[in-house]
Design a protein. Structure first.
Length: 156
C-alpha cells in the first residue's frame, strides 16, 4: 500500500452575492448533483460522508468513500479535514473554501484542497498514479465550476 496525492488550488470571481454562493457550497445534495463522480453525500451534523462512483486509476477501479469534518464559518470559510474516527478509509480530503466580497461586486471564491488515496500499488507507481489523479481532480473542478455557475444563473 502506498499513499498518492493530488492538490487543487483555484479562485474565481462570481457575480453572485456571497450569501447565494455560501448557500450553494453548504448544500450537500446540490454539491453531490453538480460534482462529477460524487454519487451522494450523507450529512450527520458536521460530518459529511462522500460517496463516489468508480474511478479507474492505474489498472484499478476505486470507488472512494470518505468522511470529512466540515468546519463552517458562515459566509466566510469552510474548512474540511478527514474525520480521525474514520482513519480506516482509503481516501481522505483536506482543505478549505474562502469567500470574500470582491471590490467590483460579486464574490471572490478560492479553494485549496488535497486528496490522499491509499492504494494497493507500489510507491514506484507514484508519478503515473498522481498524474491520473491530478487529471481527475482538474476535470472535477472544471465541471463543478461550470455547474455551480449554471446553478447561480451565471454564464460559464
Amino acid at each position: 500500500m502506498a499513499t498518492f496525492r493530488a492538490r487543487d488550488r483555484s479562485s474565481a470571481v462570481l457575480r453572485s452575492p456571497r450569501s447565494e454562493v455560501w448557500a450553494a457550497l453548504i448544500d450537500a445534495d446540490l454539491i453531490a448533483r453538480i460534482t462529477p463522480f460524487v454519487t451522494s453525500i450523507d450529512v450527520d451534523g458536521d460530518r459529511w460522508t462522500w460517496h463516489m462512483g468508480v474511478i479507474p486509476v492505474a489498472g484499478l477501479s476505486v470507488a472512494p468513500k470518505f468522511t470529512e469534518v466540515m468546519d463552517l464559518h458562515p459566509q466566510e470559510r469552510i474548512v474540511f479535514t478527514h474525520d480521525p474516527d474514520h482513519a480506516h478509509e482509503m481516501t481522505a480530503v483536506m482543505g478549505n473554501y474562502h469567500l470574500a466580497d470582491h471590490p467590483d461586486g460579486g464574490t471572490e471564491v478560492s479553494i485549496d484542497l488535497q486528496i490522499a488515496c491509499h492504494l494497493p500499488l507500489p510507491g514506484l507507481a507514484r508519478p503515473a498514479v498522481e498524474r491520473v489523479m491530478a487529471g481527475v481532480v482538474k476535470h472535477m473542478g472544471t465541471v463543478f465550476s461550470r455547474n455551480l455557475l449554471k446553478h447561480l444563473g451565471e454564464t460559464p
